[in-house]
Design a protein around this ligand. Structure first.
Ligand SMILES: Cc1cc2nc3c(=O)[nH]c(=O)nc-3n(C[C@H](O)[C@H](O)[C@H](O)COP(=O)(O)O)c2cc1C
Length: 185
């Protein structure tokens, strides 16, 4: 199974970027081929129907769509902004949804979040499920939200062993199911 790792935050010190890096390593250990998208891969111009009508998708949107097309699964780690999906990530989904044929349809996704809060950004993941599922993505039922992430992420690892085991087990189950259901695995 080929997995594209996307992060919903472009911040250099992003907690979600750190969580995504840990999860990417776990996915590799579970046997996946992992492609780490550039943190700015989602930094697309704001969707504008006039721009699309005049020239189609901008090059950065086409590049992201091609990266998604080339994978079987999406591992997305995203912050929660105001209980919802960060605008930059939603905007990227909106652009990619305009590519024909849709590169998102039939992909398998696992959603992760990290936040300094005690809820871990989980409400944002529920909001993220909606556009993804509407676009035909098979979003894995279980998700992982890291609360107090600033305190638990240290030196590129999850300092809490029980949480690390839980994440590794979740990723193993997701990759295992993807391998069973993905013809190219
Ligand atoms: C515009 C904005 C809205 C936010 N809303 C929430 C929120 O609803 N829930 C939450 O847990 N954290 C919220 N935060 C705090 C983020 O979780 C925190 O900044 C986090 O570190 C962002 O993820 P990152 O470290 O991957 O960039 C918000 C931050 C910003 C900038």
């Amino acid at each position: 199974m080929k997995v594209l790792v996307l992060v919903g935050s472009m911040r250099t010190g992003s907690l979600n970027r750190q969580l995504a890096a840990i999860a990417a390593g776990m996915a590799e250990r579970a046997g996946a081929t992992v492609v780490r998208a550039d943190p700015r891969a989602i930094a697309l111009p704001l969707y504008d129907g006039d721009v699309e009508a005049a020239g189609g998708l901008p090059p950065a949107a086409l590049a992201l769509a091609a990266q998604i097309e080339a994978c079987d699964g999406l591992l997305i780690a995203s912050p929660e902004y105001n209980y919802s999906v960060p605008g930059v990530l939603k905007n990227a989904i909106d652009w990619v949804s305009r590519a024909k044929p849709s590169p998102l349809r039939g992909k398998r996704a696992l959603l992760l979040s990290a936040s300094p809060s005690l809820v871990g950004g989980n409400r944002g993941l529920w909001a993220l499920r909606m556009p993804l599922e509407a676009l035909g993505v098979h979003v894995f039922p279980d998700m992982f939200s890291l609360a107090s992430a600033h305190a638990v992420l240290a030196d590129g690892a999850l300092a809490d062993a029980a949480l690390a085991t839980r994440l590794e087990e979740l990723i193993g189950r997701w990759i295992g199911e993807g391998r069973r259901l993905t013809t190219s695995a």
